[in-house]
Design a protein around this ligand. Sequence first.
Ligand SMILES: Cc1cc2nc3c(=O)[nH]c(=O)nc-3n(C[C@H](O)[C@H](O)[C@H](O)COP(=O)(O)OP(=O)(O)OC[C@H]3O[C@@H](n4cnc5c(N)ncnc54)[C@H](O)[C@@H]3O)c2cc1C
Length: 263
Amino acid sequence: MRVFVSIKHVPDVMSERRIENGRLVRGEDDTLNELDENAIEAAVQAVEDHGGEVIAVTMGPEGAEDSAMLALQKGADRAIVVTDDRLAGSDVVGTAQVLTAVARKLAEEEPIDLIITGMASLDGMTSMVPAAIAADLQWPYLSLASEIQIDEDAVEVFRSADGFDDRLRAGLPAVVSVTDQVNEPRFPNFKDMRAARKKPLDVWSLDDLADVVDVSNMAIGKHGAGTMVLSADEEPERSAGQVIQDAGEGGKKLAEYIAEVLK
Ligand SMILES: Cc1cc2nc3c(=O)[nH]c(=O)nc-3n(C[C@H](O)[C@H](O)[C@H](O)COP(=O)(O)OP(=O)(O)OC[C@H]3O[C@@H](n4cnc5c(N)ncnc54)[C@H](O)[C@@H]3O)c2cc1C
C-alpha cells in the first residue's frame, strides 16, 4: 500500500496573523498544520496494517522541511518538500496542481494507492485542496472521514455532519480527507526522532516536476492565482452584553433597550 499524505506548513495558530500585499505573512513561527497530524496517523496505520510506504508531501515556503521532519518522526517513511519562489501566493488551484504533479511523478516509480489529507489548513481553511487534487487526478474523493477502513482495493469512511451519518465506500486509488475525530496522533519518542534523521527527505523545485507537467501552464503563484486574500482579520470579541435584573420592570426595560438599539 503506497500512501501519499499531504501536509501543510502554516503559521502557528497562537501567533499573530498578518496579511501583507494580499498574502499571509509566513516564516516567523510556522509549524505543521495540526489537523494534518490525523492524516499522518491514518496513513501510518494503513501501512502498519497492509505494509507498504507512507510518503509525506508538502508544498511550502522555506522552513517547510520542519513539518516534513515531524511527519517522518511520526512514522512517514519518506518526505518531499516542494519549495520554489514561483509558488508564493498560490491559491487552491495552484496548490492542488503542484501536489497532483508530485503524485504523478511518484506514480512513475510505483502506483499510489491512496492520498490522505487533513480536513482543513488552519490558515486558508478552505478545505478545497483534497477535492481539487481528486478532480485533477479524476479519482474518487471521500471527505471529512471520522472513521476510516482501508482494505487492499477499497476505502470505506464514516462521516457525521449536520445530523446525518454517512457511510461511503470507494475503490482505490482514491483521495480521503480525515477529521480530527478519526484517530489519536502518536507522539514521536526519542527513538523515532533519531530514526527520522536517517529517512529520505527530498527538497524539490518546480524544475523537478517539469517532466510530468508543463510548469508554464500551471495556475501557480500570485499571478496564476484566481483569488487574492485582501484581508483576514480576527473577528472582534463579542461584548458581554447587558444584564437586566427583572424586579417587575424587566419587560419595560427590555422594550426600552430594543427601542434604543433600533433607533
Ligand atoms: C486567509 C486565507 C484565505 C484564503 N482563501 C482562499 C480561497 O478562498 N480560495 C483559494 O483558492 N485560496 C485561498 N487561500 C489560499 C490558500 O490558502 C492556499 O492556496 C493554500 O495553499 C491551499 O488552501 P488551504 O490553505 O485553504 O488548504 P485546505 O484546502 O483547507 O487544506 C486541506 C488539506 O489539504 C492539504 N494541503 C493544503 N495546502 C497544502 C500544501 N501547501 N501542501 C501540502 N498539503 C496541503 C492538507 O492536508 C490540508 O489539511 C487563502 C489563504 C488565506 C491565508
